[in-house]
Write a protein that binds this ligand. Structure first.
Ligand SMILES: [Zn+2]
Length: 423
């Protein structure tokens, strides 16, 4: 394929931007009323349209024939931006070394008037990655921005930005793309590309993309490259490594049962079969979330097949709700960026899930010797071999400890199952 789908189908007008209506409406109105700001801050998850919005805004501000706040996409300025050759649109990737250099001489260059367009637009992507000196340089510029300059800062991690920067920008929070909006966009692309993918196939792509339209478009791209113009849900599942779903369940079961070996094996299998580990990690989080929802009595919110639902119910019945939340939290922190082949972050999450407990020990627990809790595997293996008496007594005390923890909490159906433990 000559051009990646997400580039080819990148929105060129505010109206085309999927799933960010309140933001695009506000920006369009601001352009139409000639009331744009000097600095914008676009925050939100990756693949939700921040940079695309920045480029459209740059066009709309500079378009020679704007229509109700929308760029015309036909004048020489619009065309130059669409072709990536407008000198007055400066895109800086703050995560790269070059980005730091560019910020360094930003203060000098920012004073020069634009050459082709009315206003110079700086789009600084991943702005939270800037070094402190670079932030200072940027802040100085934001404090007294020249009339002819607009800054668009984009970040996935706004909490890492200095408050002094945030307070000088008009801030927009981009949301994850709703499934319906992503689905509509995929349908549109598929139709225009002459691709016959059934609805279930597209829905599966949307589900695994977790609100990132760029990820969804890339997956559609991969499916087309592999299967051509016709494919269904089972092909997509294959592409994703359908068994990655089974393996994700195996990892979850191992984490909740504190079976390190089984969990490591499942992670190793997934990596060995060439599964996309980032995707695999999302699957694990999704499986855990289903268990949590089921335990909370909100199983109806689960958007998945019968098999997944049954698994969630089985795990919900045996796992401690607090443990589920703790393991879920730990796996959702796994960061696999830049490590396409490395399983280490997942293994560490599994290790933490198996070896630590989120409930702080009470003094009486420590006196009774039930802290730290003994892993189930250790209890089982110690049942056959002669073991210290403390291990044999552990299962009973562990249950008592959990009951005490449960009784301290407000009673609701969330934990009621655990309360009726038989004596
Ligand atoms: Zn134009």
């Amino acid at each position: 394929m000559a051009q990646a789908l997400y580039r080819k189908w990148r929105a060129q007008t505010f109206a085309e931007l999927a799933g960010q209506e309140p933001i695009t409406r506000t920006l369009k109105n601001a352009v139409a009323a000639n009331r744009t700001a000097h600095a914008y801050l676009f925050c939100g998850p990756r693949g939700t349209g921040k940079t695309s919005t920045g480029r459209i805004l740059a066009k709309a501000i500079n378009c020679l024939h704007p229509q109700a706040g929308e760029p015309c996409n036909q004048c020489r300025v619009c065309l130059a931006i669409n072709e990536g050759r407008l000198i007055d649109l400066i895109e800086i990737d703050a995560a790269s070394n070059r980005g730091i250099d560019e910020i360094r001489d930003l203060r000098e260059k920012v004073r020069f008037a634009p050459t082709e367009a009315r206003r110079k637009v700086y789009i600084i992507d991943e702005v939270h990655m800037l070094t402190e000196p670079a932030f200072n340089a940027l802040l100085k510029t934001l404090e007294e921005p020249p009339e002819h300059v607009v800054f668009i800062l984009a970040t996935t991690e706004v909490h890492k930005l200095p408050a002094t920067i945030v307070s000088r920008c008009q801030r927009f929070d981009f949301r994850r793309i709703r499934p319906e909006a992503a689905l509509a966009k995929l349908r549109q692309i598929a139709a225009a590309e002459g691709v016959h993918a059934d609805e279930a196939a597209l829905a599966l792509i949307v589900r695994v993309s977790a609100g990132s339209l760029r990820d969804a478009e890339n997956l559609l791209d991969q499916a087309i490259s592999r299967y051509g113009a016709t494919f269904g849900a089972s092909e997509v599942a294959d592409l994703l490594g359908l068994s990655s779903d089974t393996r994700a369940r195996a990892v979850v079961e191992a984490a909740l049962q504190r079976d390190l070996v089984a969990g490591l094996r499942a992670i190793g299998d997934a990596a060995g079969s060439g599964a996309d580990l980032r995707q695999f990690s999302r699957e694990i989080v999704e499986v855990l979330r289903r268990v949590m929802l089921t335990q909370a009595g909100a199983g109806d919110l689960i958007d998945s097949g019968e098999e997944e639902r049954e698994f969630a119910q089985r795990m919900a019945a045996v796992a401690d709700p607090e443990q589920v939340v703790r393991v879920l939290r730990r796996f959702s922190e796994v960061d696999l960026r830049g490590e396409t082949a490395a399983t280490l972050p997942l293994e560490l999450a599994l290790f933490d899930a198996v070896h630590t407990s989120g409930t702080p020990p009470s003094v009486s627990d420590q006196l009774q010797g039930t802290w730290p809790p003994v892993p189930i595997a250790a209890i089982e293996s110690s049942a056959t071999a002669p073991a210290p008496p403390r291990h044999r007594a552990a299962p009973m005390r562990e249950r008592d400890r959990r009951r005490r923890v449960q009784e301290r909490k407000p009673v609701g159906h969330y934990s009621s199952r655990r309360l009726v433990a038989p004596e």
